[in-house]
Write a protein that binds this ligand. Sequence first.
Ligand code: XMP
Length: 519
Amino acid sequence: MNIIIVLDFGGQYAHLITRRIRDLGVYAEILPFNVNIENLRKVNPRAIILSGGPSSVYEDNSPKLKQEFFTFTLENKIPVLGICYGHHLIMYHQGGKIKSKETKEYGKAILKILDPNLLFDSLLREEVVWMSHGDQITELVEGFTIYAKTDTCPIAAFGNQEKFLYGVQFHPEVSNTPKGNRILENFIYKIAQCKKEWKLEGWIDDSIEKIKKYVGSRNKVILGLSGGVDSSVVAVLLQKAIGDRLHCIFVNNGVLRKNEESEVQETFKSKLKFKNFHYIDAEDLFLERLKDIEDPEEKRRIIGHTFIEVFENKTIKLEQANPDIKYLAQGTIYPDRVETSATSKASAKIKSHHNLTLPDDMMLEIIEPLKDLYKDEVRRIGVKLGVPKEIITRHPFPGPGLAVRIIGPINKDKLNILRDADEILIDEIKKAGIYENLWQAFCVFLPLKTVGIMGDFRTYEYICAIRVVESVDAMTANFSKLNWELLEKISTRIINEVKGINRVVYDISNKPPSTIEYE
Ligand code: XMP
């Protein structure tokens, strides 16, 4: 199969480029910019894309390539496309000149195409592109041709067919470059001559075959199921491959949403006919350990450790009854595994408890069928596998659940208030037909009491904050500009129907600088 490698130079774009390439029909993976050439040779890429990045090529510690990289691509006739920082870097290593501009250029620009072949095949002479850069190339070296320019950027794209090197200053991978996909298509199909062969249809059959072979005809598999998209898709995929030899463990950690434990059981046991579905009600244990705990990280730690303990105990019991249990399946997906330089810092904290590493002495081999897929690919596979729509379209829900949506110590009363408010919010958002356009919508319990009035009585109750955000990958998010009537309806219902709340506020903060969750 053709593979395109995206070398990550630290921008926020490496995953986006990779997803675009896959959507266009060629399998793509990310590797760090300093990957060893021998490893690159083993992958045998059909083409390489150098991502953007926040650095400047003249900074001492900025990420660079080695000359052997260019020897390797030239000898093997591997086309290389540099984007933004990658574009500068190719020219830097070839001996061209790059300069820092005094002002950064950020936003839309009109690209004037000087060479309408290859990269810009079937585009107009002028196209809108998205720019985001401080440096730019001021001088090419011999053998390179300027393919396009803008009013402020004289070398906005270049190429050298003999050396298989191409560069673009702008970002073809973002939706603000309307013909970006066409440019990427020209690179992967016209220049790199890739075959269009990455299709999710084939993936399901291949994956089922692989799991069957790997697990064998008698062994059994354990899966920790949360009811979220990833673990649910793994569950259904494994059920198709090994049937009832799959044992799912679903733990009620006491911080789930309203009716979540019964809904997940209903879906898997009744609808999807999972025979070995083990529900563990550990609510009391979790809540006892979380009592009086204020610090958010401590809450996360307690929830993570208690989960491992409960899961491990159940696994030991299951193993005693089923000596053929040899594998542990996990819903790891590609971005969990491949942290780009841009995401690693921010998500290290999230992952530390989300993808819990179970102790080595469990002696189970790990199966991660979704480990090469992006979330939207997992969703599409889920649809094809018949995973119910309510699971596929579900908003992300953090592992530590409602515990990070109640500021300070949690208890059953606060949890129940929050559950009731949250149910109303989701109900109204769904009725308004906007649930699927939103990244997340949820309520937060603020342990502050304010004065209110109900009928003839003065009240003194808690505040509920509503957080509704739009995002593509949770790295950045904007609060949703919901309509006032909808917000009014939600607030009226929450105050009237939920005992314990007499004030509702709407969160109008974006990420960054705020985060999506409150703790
Ligand atoms: P923040 O709050 O960092 O959240 O903007 C980004 C995304 O990650 C989710 N999130 C978590 N998920 N465990 C998880 O499994 C966590 O501790 C955690 N904290 C945040 C959050 O819901 C959002 O989608």
